[in-house]
Design a protein. Structure first.
Length: 387
């Protein structure tokens, strides 16, 4: 058997698509498939110039990779949605350089599922141990303060914790079908006041003369994707310097690909034909889960966001047998629309002993407080008492 050879790659294109996909598997969530990550790089949405240097780790046996880890060297913390400002301040207080840092995630996508992808005939625990050792050696050699794996897969999390990664709990939102078969079932979970509120919000959209249609798969054309980019760009611009516009129009062009299109659902708010939208959201699906990603509008209708980003996707999900819907970052207004708070885990390694000790001493209490906060939020959901 050929010797294991860990290598760093500054582009996903250094690892052939068929080899990456063989390791990741057809069941991997869309955000870790080769074409999604390649589209981010090829469109320059992710690049060294904007603070995301691809730095993927692959372990090879001869000419075949037997494990891969999507990784990025970062010079800032934008686009992660795990807010580590306290860690950055601590580093400054200790006289340490917080950046660059090494990040494992699907860029710009706060979706659970990060892991090292290992061939079936390899020992996953041994490979995880080897890869983290390679990462540690690289970080120590190059003066990198931390390695951070964000939104990790629950099963892989246990392996990484065995190697000494520190777990930090944060919060996200999730809707689950839980036996619901249509939108009436969804509404029945809420108390009377919130049912009226949701019906009122949906009615406001209809009274504005708008219809919301789902457009998916091969029905999506490149012009519609470019329109989606325009909405996304307009929405980001409303927030000024905090708008977090990362994706170029070219990224949306790259989504016009048969394998990418089968994962996309656009929700178009229109008065005429669906392909002439006045507002639109883009969601991603793998057939069992739905993820809300981007949206924008030309109209100033407060309820329109809820319809295009929550209610219509939930209705579509129920019709198509989708069991769970992750609406994206943020939380407070999602609670009142049936999205429960849940924890997600990030894993961290710090290569300065003082910083490592301070944070590890703080984490148990911080994680306990997060669990308490999630329980409090969910206890205050506007559900019918029987739910």
């Amino acid at each position: 058997m050929a010797k294991l050879d860990p290598r760093w790659h500054t582009s996903i294109r250094e690892i052939p698509e068929h080899q990456w996909q063989f390791l990741v598997g057809d069941q991997a969530i869309p955000f870790y498939r080769w074409r999604w990550l390649a589209a981010l790089e090829d469109s320059s949405s992710i690049s060294p110039l904007n603070g995301w240097q691809p730095w993927h780790l692959a372990v090879w046996r001869g000419q075949v990779p037997v494990a891969v880890a999507p990784l990025y060297l970062k010079s800032h913390s934008f686009g992660e949605f795990v807010f580590d400002q306290a860690f950055a301040r601590l580093a400054m207080d200790l006289g340490l350089n917080y950046y660059p840092k090494l990040i494992g995630m699907s860029p710009l996508s706060p979706v659970e599922g990060y892991r090292f992808y290992v061939a079936d005939d390899e020992d996953e625990e041994e490979m995880t141990t080897l890869m983290i050792k390679v990462i540690d050696n690289f970080a120590l050699k190059n003066g990198i303060l931390s390695t951070n794996f964000l939104y990790v897969d629950d099963q892989w999390c246990k392996l990484a914790e065995k190697v000494g990664c520190a777990a930090w709990l944060n919060q996200q939102s999730l809707w689950s079908a839980e036996g619901q078969s249509d939108f009436s079932d969804y509404l029945s979970k809420f108390n009377a006041n919130q049912r009226r509120n949701i019906k009122r919000e949906r009615k406001a959209v209809k009274e504005a003369g708008l219809i919301v249609s789902a457009i998916s798969g091969s029905d999506i054309d490149v012009n519609l994707l470019r329109r989606m980019h325009s909405f996304y760009e307009q929405h980001c611009a409303k927030w000024g310097e905090w708008g977090s516009k990362y994706l170029s129009e070219t990224f949306f062009d790259f989504l016009f690909d048969p394998q990418q299109l089968e994962q996309l659902v656009l929700f178009s708010a229109h008065r005429g034909i669906p392909k002439d939208p006045l507002a639109m959201s883009l969601c991603v699906t793998d057939g069992s889960m739905l993820w809300g990603r981007y949206w924008g509008t030309e109209l100033d209708i407060p309820s329109l966001h809820f319809e295009v980003c929550y209610y219509s996707p939930i209705s579509w999900a129920l019709t198509n047998g989708i069991k769970r819907f992750d609406p994206g970052a943020g939380g407070s207004h999602k609670r009142r629309r049936g999205f429960l708070a849940k924890s997600h885990t990030s894993l961290h390694r710090w290569y300065n002993r003082r910083m490592d000790k301070v944070i590890r001493d703080w984490l148990p209490n911080a994680n306990s407080m997060m669990i308490d906060q999630i329980e409090t939020l969910n206890a205050d959901m506007p559900f019918h008492p029987k739910n």
